[in-house]
Design a protein around this ligand. Sequence first.
Ligand code: HEC
Ligand code: HEC
Length: 350
Amino acid sequence: MATAMRAGKIASTAPLIFGIVAAAATVPVSIGAPATTDNAAYKWHLPRGFPIPAVPVDNPMSSVKVALGRRLFFEPRLSVTGQHSCGSCHEPTKAYSDGRALAVGATGETLSHSAMSLVNVAYNISYGWTRPQLQSLEAQMLEPLLNEHPVELGLAGRQARVCDLLAAEPTYRAAFAQAFPETAQPVTFDNLIKAIAAFERTLIHGNSPFDRYVFNGEHEAISGQAKRGMQLFYSSRAGCGSCHSGFNFEGNWRDAQGETGKPGFADNGVGDQPMRVPTLRNIALTAPYMHDGRFPTLDAVLNHYASAAERHVGDARLRSFNLSADERADLIAFLNTLTDPGLLAPATLR
Ligand code: HEC
Ligand code: HEC
């Protein structure tokens, strides 16, 4: 009864959000077609309302593999300098982004794009700001590991050497053997990639005040100001929810049943080509904003959106709107409720 009343209240204040809740309630608990028996055994720690991610059949999940992947993700020997790792550009407390406008590779070269957050990356259909064709974490990883122009980790031509280094260390040798029990020589570059991808799939965070309010019915989890901002966000006046949609505030998601969101890519008036609609979860932790980090604050982002339609740049879904100072503060207060405090907890500091 109490739950029904709470759900009713959410439904009346935010019909679109209720749509998300209703969709979440129909997510089956069993794992669908793309997953394997091993994945059924894997214990996902999914927040309420989150679907089970799809997993490639040739890289089933296991907890030993995830633990190995976590270690490799922060392993500086996976770089030409011996001082950089995935974690250098994807820091846990910045929702696995890096705080820079443009990322900087191991040898000091500046990349053309901003490092993306990796939170909830398991749900992506594609990877990268401009690459709809890049469709698995395993395939994506070849870029940071091997890219030469510019260098990210700089391992091109060094794959065998890195594997030898790891195989020479007993704890790594044992971990690879446990994670890939079916192979005689488990310390391979391919398996290294698989382990890191398995770890990335566990970076699922959905315990923000927003989630507690919408999915757990905790009415006081977000302030009255943030509730007003939430209505604005989903209103046709600001139009944010038409692109930053679904449980992950983006359009580029897929679950194990093959359900997808949209639009994956759009022109929001910033670039000269459509860009990935990025998630807005944990947005307070991932400044500066956009694919080139051009906006230092959420206020600057709102300035852009308020005038984009007026300037006739970007997608038709963009609205031209005037926000009062109070409304602008409301919208930002709402965006700030999308941060999962678990990302800042000591347990995630590795
Ligand atoms: C030098 C900094 C840097 C390093 C090191 C780095 N990345 Fe990235 N990462 C980036 C940038 C920049 C992007 C955005 C790429 C683009 O589309 O231009 C990105 C994007 C990604 C994405 C796509 C996320 C999404 O939502 O589409 C994944 C996944 C990822 N990185 C994983 C990794 C892994 C795993 C490693 C280690 C093997 C790694 N990265 C190392 C800078 C880095
Ligand atoms: C037409 C689709 C569309 C609409 C409508 C839209 N966005 Fe976006 N948003 C995007 C795209 C695409 C990007 C990435 C663009 C880029 O980096 O060049 C983006 C990026 C952002 C970012 C930066 C994210 C990051 O990781 O750097 C924020 C914040 C944001 N949008 C907030 C909003 C808000 C608030 C609204 C409503 C006022 C809104 N968006 C409306 C498509 C849209």
